[in-house]
Design a protein around this ligand. Structure first.
Ligand code: GLN
Length: 487
């Protein structure tokens, strides 16, 4: 093995250098970590987290983020002379991102509550809200909370709706199931896996007006008004600018105008038929597909490098080298992919104080996971080559390294190819899990679309077909390459 060490070390350098280069490329010094002086915000750029969909406050229209919150923060940024970069993360994820300084502020129909005031600073309130319960349109059994006994209701993770539902759950004898998105909550009520949803009443009212298949039967529970939030004691200048801009917009009537645009005719957002839906959603879905393919492509290259390195290390005669590779494989094969996505995107920045771009977090997640599997494929491939081959080659006078390179590895590679193609396809599908950290891949774009227009089944069918076609094409391409190079 001694002659082989030059190989793996070289690989290691290349991989490390590539990873660092990649991080530098994609994670330029974030505004979230740049020091803000209290003197002002002019010319600065702030990263703002928001919910994925919470229509009419934030939702997608033809792939673009729109809604009351979005227009509000953009208008204020314009009038106060700062820039915003909006990250559509999901409500709970946006709060996590704020806590971990991944974003500078959150605007997400976020209620100002005493609990939250302990960790965040809020702007002046900009919208009155509260909680209400909704049930399926055709449901005639539920007339009040008393009828919830023994049943399951849904609410959004980390939201006021969840807190309220939990606060009365025991009294009325129902179970609260928490979900991450409004659209998913509504669908589970319509599909019958939950009988009711607790959500903010302005949002429920908007959905009901769009004919989303729900209705309300109980009274509204007045609650906290919405505010823009920053981390406690941080970004005070941004908060000040928000209040300033909001006051101006309220005074000159622009704020009312903004509300009217969204609250006037909710039905305008609903596509009329399947083709309309397809045409309207296609650009956003193609953008999602692009991101899916790109993150998979980059991750696969990194995973191959890692996998080859660890695979060769696993057959090393050196126990330490072997141990390192085995530990790597065990860790990443023995833990869920999603855990690493959260770890890299939310955990690591808190631990290190360095912001990690969503692309870096995505690539690390997919490539480390896949690298562990590829390591096993590589090890298995090499070990499956008849040892006689190596012996024969060496008896012909070739050294260990040369024998490996010329005789063993080419044969092993041929055997590995089908498994590697499999791994690539698995990775492409697994990349959809990155939607949980708000990565704009294909399924995420699909969710954004149905969350705004409630056409869940049709949108999922379209998304499924796009995945299928992409994977078929990729398989064909890979098989072609296999035939061409592995003759
Ligand atoms: N207003 C609710 C809260 O702050 C829900 C917000 C949301 O779901 N985006 O908890």
């Amino acid at each position: 093995m001694s002659k082989m060490t030059g190989g793996p070390r070289g690989w290691l350098k290349v991989v490390t250098a590539a990873l660092f280069g990649f991080m530098l490329l994609l994670g330029p010094v974030s505004p979230a970590f740049a020091q803000q002086s209290d003197s002002g915000v002019a010319g600065k750029k702030f990263v703002i987290g928001t919910d994925t969909t919470f229509a009419p406050f934030e939702f997608r229209k033809n792939g673009e983020l729109t809604g009351i919150d979005m227009d509000l923060i953009r208008a204020i940024a314009k009038s106060e002379g700062f820039e915003v970069e909006i990250r559509s993360l999901g409500f709970n994820a946006a709060l996590q991102a704020l806590t971990s300084n991944q974003v500078d502020g959150v605007i997400a129909g976020m209620s100002i509550t005493d609990e939250r005031k302990k960790v965040y600073d809020f702007s002046e309130p900009y919208f009155e809200s509260g909680i209400q319960m909704a049930i399926a349109k055709g449901n005639t059994d539920i007339k009040g909370y008393e009828d919830l006994r023994g049943k399951t209701v849904v609410a959004k993770t980390g939201s006021e709706g969840e807190t309220y539902a939990k606060s009365i759950a025991e009294q009325y004898g129902f179970t609260v199931k928490s979900l991450d998105q409004s659209a998913t909550m509504y669908e589970s009520v319509k599909a019958g896996s939950a009988v009711a949803v607790f959500d903010d009443y302005p949002v429920l009212a908007y959905g009901v007006a769009q004919n989303n298949g729900l209705k309300t039967v109980t009274e509204k529970v007045p609650g906290g008004s919405y505010g823009f939030a920053v981390n406690k004691g941080k970004n005070t200048a941004l908060l000040g600018a928000f209040n300033d801009g909001l006051a101006k917009m309220k005074a000159n009537g622009e704020y009312d105008k903004l509300l009217n645009t969204y609250l006037a005719d909710p039905t305008a957002e609903v596509p009329s038929n399947f083709w309309d839906l397809l045409v309207k959603s296609f650009p956003a879905l193609m953008k999602g597909l692009g991101n899916t393919l790109l993150v998979t492509g980059i991750s696969f290259v990194v995973a191959m490098a890692l996998g080859l390195l660890a695979g060769f290390m696993k057959i090393s005669s050196n126990i330490v080298v072997r141990g390192i590779a085995t530990t790597f494989v065990n860790i990443f094969r023995g833990t869920p992919l999603l855990l690493w996505a959260f770890m890299f995107y939310f955990g690591l920045p808190q631990l290190t104080g360095v912001e990690i771009s969503i692309w870096v977090a995505g690539v690390l997640t997919l490539s480390l996971n896949s690298g562990a599997y590829i390591a096993e494929i590589v090890r298995g491939g090499i070990q499956s080559v008849d040892p006689g081959q190596l012996e024969a080659s060496r008896s012909l006078g070739l050294g260990y390294g040369k024998s490996m390179q010329k005789v063993v590895v080419p044969q092993a590679f041929k055997m590995m190819t089908p498994s590697l193609i499999n791994q690539l396809i698995i990775m492409l599908k697994d990349s959809s899990l990155l939607l949980a950290i708000g990565f704009g891949e294909l399924l995420y774009q699909g969710q954004q679309i149905y969350a705004a227009n409630f056409r869940v089944t049709e949108t999922l069918i379209i998304v499924g077909l796009i995945y299928f076609v992409a994977i078929m094409a990729l398989t064909k391409l890979a098989n072609y390459a296999d035939r061409k190079f592995n003759k």
